[in-house]
Design a protein around this ligand. Sequence first.
Ligand code: EPU
Length: 419
Amino acid sequence: MKKLIIEGCKEISGTIKINGAKNSVVALIPASILTKGKCTITNVPDISDVRILLEMMKELGSEIVFENDTIIIDNKNVSNKPISEHYASKIRASYYFMGSLIGAYHKAEIAYPGGCVIGSRPIDYHIAAFKKMGVHIEEKDSQYTLNVDNLKGCEFYLDFPSVGATINIMLSSVLAEGKTIIENAAKEPEIANVATFLNSMGARVFGAGTSTITIEGVSKLSDGFVETIPDRIEAGTYLIIGALIGNNLKIENVIKEHLLALLCKLKEAGIEYQSTVNSITISKSEKIKAVNVKTSVFPGFPTDLGQPMSALLTQCEGESLFEETIYENRLRHVPHLNSMGANIKAFDNKAIIKGRTPLHGRKVKATDLRAGASMVVAGLIAEGTTEVYNIEHLLRGYERIVDKLSEVGVNIKLIDDEK
Ligand code: EPU
């Protein structure tokens, strides 16, 4: 089992470079299945979710070279094979193979997806959309079998702008017959990144990034190229850290427009930052004001930054109301923050956070990926030593987190008990 040992610290400075977005690249890699050509994906983070997806691709016959943040995928020998529970259950994004295999081969066999336990996370919109396109779906022994003769474009209205369903409909429809329209589509920047990739292969996807996406089916796709957008959640996590202990901490390789909800909240709390075209420099404030934070879909405050932000709210003067609106179970980190000295009352997906409370180093658990990030933030501001267990979750989403924090002055170590 891996754990992190963090010494709380007063100040850090230097530069942290942000990697490519996990939630983009986990869709870009399965999207490449739609072509037999060569695909180049740059700015790829070296995180465990990516490594698992590349193993899945190799199982299907892809030849892959992953060097210097760039993946070159050659799919000329790919054939459609079932994706077993061994792979599918390790990550959430395995569900993107449903869309790409059904698009490319009109057949997919895949076990249930995995991912963080932060809610029930059904995929009923994905399934309903595939069915509307003519796909026959059987569900047996924790596995889906999808089959279709004529894959037909359709019009869908999503009851909720789901990121996964929007991308999966795009993947399944680029090679379908006719036109597909997604209404109330998700507008997260990752959606536009996937559309850019598909269009580079010759797809005709219009309106990605708005709530109406139109896809005109084409008969074949060719080679593709895309640069993965910077990870706004990784950037946001380091900005939160900088707001607490930064001394001109520069967060580099960011797109500021993707971070506006967080930046507005930090400003409201009295935290100053300066930005250039691709960086944000942030310093701690002596006094941080309490602010209310409610997560929502893009461009609202991202649910994936809610847990790290709640650690910051423990250091605000006064009472903050935090509300999670996307997942039913994303407050499992709260008891761990309280064990470190926070004063948080959680109820009905809301939390009243009273600050400012000094935090103390304790043994805590990363109950999921972003809960792990929250524990790191708390450990950095706590007095003494914090041990964070179950950090396999954290390593799924943050490349070189130990090195990146060490390089700006944090005393942090990763211990692997299995070695
Ligand atoms: N939902 C349904 N039915 C569906 C699909 C979604 O009810 O068919 C519900 C979900 O249960 C959830 C809400 O809609 O309550 C939002 O789900 P969405 O589909 O947007 O999320 P996702 O595609 O499963 C991705 C990211 C998450 C991120 C969300 C929201 C990946 C692999 N995961 O999940 O990332 O929180 O979008 O931005 O891209 C993370 O990185 O920590 C993480 C959980």
